[in-house]
Design a protein. Structure first.
Length: 296
């Protein structure tokens, strides 16, 4: 048995951690081999792996791998990977312990369907996340949130006092969450807020982007006689409703349906699309690439 083989052989019965690694880097031969070899020599057992390249020549390579690593090999693992593999291949990468659910803060206004769906999934343990707080510019949903055992923070956005409201939100969010979800939060966040919040922000847009941006999408859809309505979940950037798209879905409609019926159908799509996007992000399935995403 060679030295690398001895190094990779796990101790029978030793506890292991399941870790996830997301990688992006310039495409070139040997990336998968280098990653796999490093994991083998570290005693890891690969459980799942997916890869994608934008172009075999001069493209960007993406890799998601999930593996079990003996706890005795955990110390210094990230540093060793960074030096041995990530630096030589010019990788952008992150590592996450699958046993540690991401902490999610939810911002909402008065529409409750997306919030209620996330709470329902969270209570059933169908959502691989830990909702830590809900904040709103209205008091309307306090009862539902507090009945779920979660803190509810009312942060009103008075006319001319938006900077003060955002400062209060930043105080609430700082150090408490790994992801912010806008579950129909009907306020446009400033570029300063997006820059300072320090974690990804996911929004659900109540239309099939890029059509019908802004307010009243179902009224716009009815006026235009559309045959499909939809919803889009995307990361938030400084440009309104223009961030990298994570998930979209549509439903077929007809001229006979009213604005109220379209709104009800749209709400069903919105909550489903948002839940998928949040789940995929929390499972480390989404890699941002410019203004788009790769979803494993």
């Amino acid at each position: 048995m060679t030295a690398p083989e001895r190094a990779g052989k796990p101790v029978k019965g030793e506890p292991a951690q399941v870790l996830r690694m997301l990688i992006s880097c310039p495409d070139r031969p040997g990336i998968v081999s280098a990653v796999s070899r490093f994991l083998f020599e570290s005693g890891a057992n690969i459980l799942r792996s997916g890869q994608y390249s934008t172009d075999t020549e001069g493209g960007t390579f993406f890799l998601r791998t999930e593996f079990a690593l003996p706890q005795s090999r955990r110390d210094g693992f990230a540093e060793r990977f960074g030096m041995a593999v990530a630096e030589p291949f010019d990788m952008v990468w992150r590592l996450w312990d699958a046993a540690q659910p991401k902490r999610v803060a939810v911002l909402v206004s008065r529409y409750d369907h997306c919030l209620q769906d996330l709470l329902w999934r969270w209570r059933r343990r169908d959502l691989e996340a830990e909702i830590v707080l809900v904040a709103s510019n209205w008091e309307d949903l306090r009862g539902e949130v507090e009945s779920a055992g979660l803190p509810y923070h009312h942060v009103p956005v008075s006319k001319g006092q938006k900077p003060e409201a955002e400062a209060r939100l930043l105080e609430l969010l700082k150090g408490t969450c790994d992801l912010v979800v806008l579950a129909r939060y009907m306020q446009i966040l400033s570029s300063e807020f997006i820059e300072r919040v320090g974690v990804p922000v996911i929004n659900i847009h109540h239309s099939f982007l890029p059509a019908f941006i802004g307010a009243g999408p179902y009224e716009q859809a009815k006026e235009r006689g559309v045959k499909l309505i939809g919803a889009t979940a995307h990361y938030v950037t400084a440009e309104l409703d223009a961030g990298p798209i994570i998930e979209q879905d549509v439903v077929r409609v007809t001229h006979e349906q009213s604005v109220q019926q379209l709104t009800r159908l749209g709400a069903e799509i919105e909550r489903t699309v948002l839940a998928r996007a949040v789940q995929w992000h929390c499972e480390d399935r989404v890699v941002r690439h410019g203004n788009s995403t790769v979803v494993f």
